[in-house]
Design a binder for this molecule. Structure first.
Ligand SMILES: *[C@@H]1O[C@H](CO)[C@@H](O)[C@H](O)[C@H]1NC(C)=O
Ligand SMILES: *[C@@H]1O[C@H](CO)[C@@H](O)[C@H](O)[C@H]1NC(C)=O
Length: 420
C-alpha cells in the first residue's frame, strides 16, 4: 500500500470553526477508507497462509483464483488512494471552480472566460490569451461568490461590500470584477491636505451598512483591536499623540526612527495600519506611506482616504502587490499576527523582506506576544533574516499591566542587510 500524506488546512484562525467541523467529517472518512484498506491488506497477506491450510484439504484451489483476488485488492487500494487524493484536494481547497454546476451566476462565467488575443501570440509577453482570475479559495464559497456576481449589468450594485469582504476573508481574493455601479456617497466637507490629516471625519461621508456601529461616536467607545483603541478619535484620547509621544519604552518616536534611516526614508508601507495615523505623521515628514487595511468592524478605508492618505484594501493572506526592494520603511504592529501556524508568519515575513529595500527599516511596533514562547519563536524568525537590530525593546505596555495580566510586547527597528 502506497504511503499517503495528508496535510490539513491552512490553519487560518478565521476558518477554524468551519474547518474543525469538516475536518471531523473528513477524518471519519479517512478512518473508514484506512480500515477498508487494512482489511484488504489483511486478506491479502493472510491468503498464502489460508492457501496453505486450504491446500491440504482442497488441493485443486488454483492460482488464477488467487490472482483474481489480488487484482481485486489492488483495484480497491487504487480507488482508496484516489479517494484520499480527492479528500486532500478538498481539504486544501485546490478544486477549481466548476462553472458548469447549477446556480453559477452568468456574470461570473463571462468574467472568467478566456479571451484570445486578436493578433495571436504577443511577442513580448509570450501570451496568447487573456485570462481573468479569482482566488482559488473562491471555490469553497462558490454560493456566496455567485450571490456577489448576481446583479443587473450597468445598474446599481447591491450594497454588499460586507459580502465582498466576507469572501476576501475566506481567501476568495482577488474577487472578480463587476459591471455595476458601486454605491456612491457625497463626500462633502473634505479638507485640503495637510489640514485633512487630523480633522475629524463626518459620519455622513462613510458607508455604515454592514457595520455594527452607525457613527464614529459608537466606534470610539469600542476597542476594535490591539492597534485601534479609540483610533478614530483624532481630537481626544491618545491617537493624536501616537508616534510623537511615548507611553513607555516600547513606543518609539517618528523623529528617532527617521534619524536611524539617515535621511533616506521617502516611501513606506504600514501593515494593518488602523485609521492611518502612522501615515499621517509620516506625511508631515514628507514621507509617503500606503496603509493596508480591511474594513473589519469599521470603515477604515474610507476614513484613511478622507484624511488624504492612501488606503490599500488587501488581506494579509495576499502577496503584496509591490515590486521587490521598493520601500524605505515598513511599519507593522500586532496586526502582523496571522495565527498559530509558524509558517504563516514566515511567508509574511519573507514577503515583507522582499518589498523592503536593502538598508531600509522594518519597524515592529508593539507586537503583542501572547507568551514567552511566542516571543522566542518570533525572535528566532527575525534573527534568521540577518537584520541589524537598531532598536530592540521587550516590555509590558503600561495600559495592559493595569489589567493585572503580564502581556509581553516587542518593539524593534531593524535594518535590512545587503545580501549578495
Ligand atoms: C481455476 O479457477 C477458475 C476460476 O474459479 C475456474 O474457472 C477454473 O476452472 C479453475 N481451474 C482448475 C484447474 O480448477
Ligand atoms: C516637506 O516639504 C515641504 C515642501 O517641499 C517643505 O516646505 C517642508 O519643510 C518639508 N517638511 C519636512 C518635515 O521636511
Amino acid at each position: 500500500m502506497g504511503s499517503v500524506s495528508l496535510k490539513i488546512g491552512d490553519g487560518t484562525a478565521r476558518f477554524k470553526s468551519a474547518t474543525l467541523c469538516s475536518s471531523a467529517v473528513n477524518i471519519l472518512m479517512l478512518f473508514s477508507v484506512l480500515t477498508t484498506n487494512l482489511f484488504a491488506l489483511y486478506a491479502f497477506t493472510s491468503s498464502p497462509k489460508d492457501h496453505q491450510t486450504h491446500s491440504i484439504h482442497h488441493p485443486h484451489k488454483n492460482i488464477s483464483l488467487i490472482s483474481e483476488q489480488v487484482s481485486l485488492i489492488l483495484r480497491e487500494i487504487d480507488s482508496s488512494q484516489k479517494q484520499l487524493a480527492q479528500m486532500e484536494k478538498e481539504l486544501l481547497g485546490y478544486e477549481s471552480i466548476d462553472l458548469s454546476r447549477p446556480n453559477i451566476a452568468s456574470e461570473l462565467k463571462l468574467f472568467l472566460q478566456h479571451h484570445q488575443l486578436p493578433l495571436g501570440k504577443d511577442s513580448r509577453s509570450g501570451i496568447t490569451e487573456m485570462v481573468a482570475s479569482v482566488g482559488h479559495s473562491c471555490e469553497k464559497s462558490v454560493d456566496l461568490l455567485s450571490q456577489y456576481m448576481s446583479y443587473k449589468v450597468s445598474g446599481p450594485c447591491p450594497d454588499d461590500w460586507s459580502l465582498a469582504q466576507k469572501l476576501i476573508l475566506r481567501g476568495c481574493e482577488p474577487l472578480p470584477r463587476r459591471r455595476c455601479f458601486a454605491k456612491t456617497i457625497p463626500k462633502v466637507g473634505l479638507y485640503p491636505f495637510p489640514v485633512s490629516l487630523w480633522k475629524p471625519i463626518s459620519d455622513k461621508i462613510v458607508v455604515w451598512s454592514g457595520l455594527g456601529c452607525k457613527n464614529f461616536e459608537c466606534l470610539n467607545s469600542k476597542k476594535l483591536s490591539r492597534d485601534c483603541v479609540g483610533c478614530f478619535d483624532l481630537v481626544n484620547g491618545f491617537e493624536n499623540q501616537r508616534f510623537v509621544k511615548a507611553r513607555g519604552k516600547n513606543d518609539f518616536l517618528i523623529n528617532d526612527v527617521l534619524a536611524l534611516g539617515s535621511g533616506g526614508i521617502r516611501i513606506g508601507f504600514d501593515i494593518g495600519g488602523g485609521s492611518g495615523s502612522f501615515a499621517a505623521r509620516m506625511a508631515e515628514k514628507n514621507v509617503t506611506v500606503i496603509t493596508s487595511t480591511l474594513n473589519i468592524d469599521a470603515p477604515f478605508s474610507e476614513f484613511i482616504a478622507a484624511r488624504g492618505l492612501f488606503p490599500l484594501y488587501l488581506s494579509l493572506d495576499h502577496r503584496f502587490p509591490f515590486y521587490d526592494n521598493v520601500f524605505d520603511i515598513i511599519h507593522a504592529a500586532s496586526g502582523l499576527d496571522v495565527g498559530v501556524q509558524a509558517e504563516k508568519l514566515e511567508f509574511l515575513m519573507f514577503d515583507i523582506d522582499r518589498i523592503l529595500r536593502a538598508g531600509g527599516l522594518f519597524w515592529l511596533d508593539n507586537f503583542y506576544c501572547a507568551n514567552e514562547e511566542k516571543k522566542k519563536a518570533l525572535t528566532r524568525l527575525i534573527e534568521r533574516f540577518g537584520y541589524k537590530k537598531l532598536k530592540w525593546v521587550v516590555g509590558e505596555r503600561p495600559e495592559s499591566a493595569v489589567a493585572g495580566k503580564s502581556e509581553i510586547y516587542l518593539s524593534a527597528v531593524l535594518q535590512k542587510p545587503v545580501r549578495v
